[in-house]
Design a binder for this molecule. Structure first.
Ligand code: OMP
Length: 279
């Protein structure tokens, strides 16, 4: 199923109608065990199908983490393909968390894999790493534009180690992260109601220390297991809080395998975010 409406437009509608939340599908071995499943292909399949069944018809964004599927080889990737297709069919926007980034000619192949409607892994958006230079991402930017998809570029990640690279200051006096954010803002210029080229900015940051007004979505992992809460969002994101997509994996997933409990956990996060954003 393709939809040439730009990702940013579709995301704005999803956030406004379903609430500001992304749930990550991260089938950790420890979660499979906690759900009473074996850490094998059948466990992976049951886990993913349950999360999609519980949440794809009500949560704005689902974000499968590709590595947890790839560790089972090609049959794990086949489970990922089915999960993406079923989640999209049920109305969720799917952000593939594969954090791709390479020289431009190879980046074109990564873009084909995730942002081409003919690909079995076709997703609404893809996480990308701009640390081979933002310009190396151009094939993905072009394909996203062509197919109504989005990208989320790692700007200020939720892990403490990210700072040594992302806060480094270049010759022009800007941090590396600020330079990435500026490129995203340029890509989103003039887009309404929201651009399709987002940044990843961890909710765990003490403060962003950068201009987040990129006219695009801000994917904010770190809520839940990494220690951030909805109450941190206004401090980190200021007047951009409306464009934040808080992302939670383990703190929702730990409530399975009960479909009802997964739904309640997700709804609690949506309500908590709504309370701090006054929306
Ligand atoms: O791109 C991401 O999604 C991401 C970026 C980042 O800065 N930090 C981060 O934790 N993530 C991902 O977000 C998810 C966080 O999972 P939980 O800590 O269980 O909520 C994992 O899949 C991470 O790979």
């Amino acid at each position: 199923m393709t939809d040439s409406t730009p990702f940013g437009t579709r995301l704005r509608t999803a956030l406004d109608t379903r609430g500001q939340l992304c749930v990550g599908i991260d089938p950790h071995a420890s979660l499979l065990t906690a759900w009473g499943l074996d850490d094998d292909l059948a466990g992976l399949e049951t886990f993913s199908r349950t999360v999609v069944e519980a949440l794809a018809d009500r949560v704005a964004v689902l974000k499968p983490q590709a590595a947890f599927f790839e560790r089972f080889g090609s049959r794990g990737v086949a489970v990922l393909e089915r999960s993406v297709a079923e989640a999209r069919a049920a109305g969720a926007l799917v952000v593939m968390d594969a954090k791709r980034g390479d020289i431009g000619s190879t980046m074109a192949a990564y873009a084909e894999a995730f942002l081409s409607p003919d690909s079995p892994l076709f997703s609404d958006a893809l996480t990308v790493s701009p640390y081979l230079g933002f310009g190396s991402l151009q094939p993905a930017v072009d394909l996203a534009h062509a197919n109504g998809c989005g990208l989320f570029a790692l700007a200020l990640t939720s892990n403490p180690e990210g700072h040594e690279v992302q806060r480094a200051v270049g010759a022009d006096g800007r941090s590396v992260a600020q330079a990435v954010l500026a490129r995203l803002a340029a890509e989103n210029a003039g887009a309404e109601p929201l651009g399709s080229f987002g940044a990843v900015v961890g909710a765990t940051l003490a403060d962003a220390g950068a201009d987040l007004a990129i006219n695009g979505p801000l994917l904010a992992p770190g809520v839940g297991a990494q220690g951030a809460t909805a109450a941190d969002l206004p401090r980190v994101f200021g007047d951009q809080v409306r464009n934040v997509v808080p992302s939670v994996s383990r703190d929702v997933l730990k409530h399975g395998p009960s479909v009802e409990a997964l739904r309640r956990a997700a709804q609690t996060f949506v309500d908590d975010v709504r309370a701090v954003t006054n929306r």
